[in-house]
Design a protein around this ligand. Structure first.
Ligand code: AMP
Ligand code: MG
Length: 337
């Protein structure tokens, strides 16, 4: 299959929308990461998404809508709290897991009775949803397990020949996937995947916010996943990734003692004057780290890194999401010095 690269003008967005209407899969920019979009109600189209990514069939897809008011068409029940959250965070990088109705096929929900609903703010994604008239199922547009794509070039690298088109909408603003929440009760939400909508931001609307323990610790042998994505290897570059929580001095010492010519480090911008070994940097504070992280992991593979030591980011605010992606890229292996 030929994968055409479309640009961000109205004629080409119309073309992308037509493709989606006819059951094809298109790579689409969003404010989080690039997504692989198809009509969420068309089972064959959704199967093509799973096939293109090599994604396990029980890992559900998020359904993207132009406006939260459309969520009633695809869900069985919406708590008041969800409406209040939507007022504050939609459009934006928040996915709410709600009981699905019969219109959402089980292929889309990964066999679950629930569906993740998101209203993206990116004008290109928004326009394509409107022009197609479809709710758009869209997981991140990477090969399953690999870091998510934050540019059209990343999508092309993973998906060329596997999907019909990619729309180039520039670099993704946030750079990490949406915050996924479920509702424990009418007042409490549970973060299943941290993202750019932080616990502190959710607390402006909710009485209480639980961070699912699997986010930082992974799943134990007998744990069931609150969110199927928790079970799978994820965000991992080809290079072996090892996270180190320590001072810069101890990091430098450790890397010096454990490196060969194919070892690189991923450090903070402000470390670089005091770091004598091969490295890339990934920002200085949590927002820029989120924005840069996946691109840097991909770059490290391209330059031939076989082993990567990463400076552990802060866990507060958006940092929790950055930490979560990295600890998973590292297979939950952390060296604490
Ligand atoms: P991705 O499509 O790559 O952004 O991943 C979406 C993730 O959202 C999945 O891996 C799940 O962990 C989570 N998710 C989506 N829908 C649901 C749902 N209905 N229930 C729980 N988690 C969900
Ligand atoms: Mg993903």
């Amino acid at each position: 299959m030929e994968t055409v690269l479309l640009c961000n003008n109205d004629e080409q967005l119309q073309k992308a929308a037509e493709m989606i209407k006819t059951g094809l899969v298109v790579g689409i920019p969003t404010e989080t990461v690039y997504g692989l979009g198809a009509d969420a109600l068309n089972e064959n189209a959704v199967r093509s998404i799973f096939a293109a990514k090599g994604r396990p069939a029980d890992n559900p897809l998020i359904v993207h809508l132009a406006d939260f008011s459309q969520a009633v068409n695809y869900t069985a029940y919406i708590p008041d709290l969800a409406y209040r959250l939507a007022e504050r965070f939609c459009p934006g990088p928040l996915t709410m897991v709600l009981p699905k109705n019969e219109r959402i096929p089980f292929v889309t929900s990964g066999g679950l009775e629930t569906v993740g609903i998101r209203v993206p703010s990116h004008p290109v994604m928004h326009r394509i949803i409107e022009l197609s008239g479809c709710p758009i199922a869209a997981p991140s547009a990477n090969i399953s397990g690999y870091p998510s794509p934050t540019s059209a070039q990343h999508v092309m690298r993973d998906m060329n020949g596997r999907i019909s088109a990619v729309v180039d909408g520039g670099q993704s603003e946030f750079g990490i996937e949406s915050t996924v929440i479920s509702f424990d009760n009418e007042k409490t939400v549970r973060i299943l995947r941290p993202g750019s909508v932080t616990k502190e931001m959710l607390l402006e609307v909710c009485d209480s916010v639980i961070i699912d323990p699997a986010i930082l610790n992974g799943l134990g042998e007998n744990d069931t996943a609150a969110s199927p994505g928790m079970k799978y290897k994820h965000y991992s570059p080809m290079a072996e990734t090892i996270m180190i929580e320590s001072s810069l001095d101890d990091f430098v010492k450790y890397v010096g003692e454990h490196s060969d010519e194919n070892t690189y480090s991923l450090i903070f911008d402000n470390d670089k004057d005091n770091f004598p070994y091969k490295h890339l940097t990934y920002g200085a504070e949590s927002e820029s780290q989120a924005h840069l992280l996946f691109g840097r992991l991909r770059e490290l593979d391209e330059i031939g890194a076989k082993k990567v030591y990463v400076r552990a980011p802060s866990c507060s605010g958006v940092g929790l999401a950055v930490y979560n992606r990295l600890i998973r890229a590292a297979g939950f292996e952390v060296i604490r010095i």
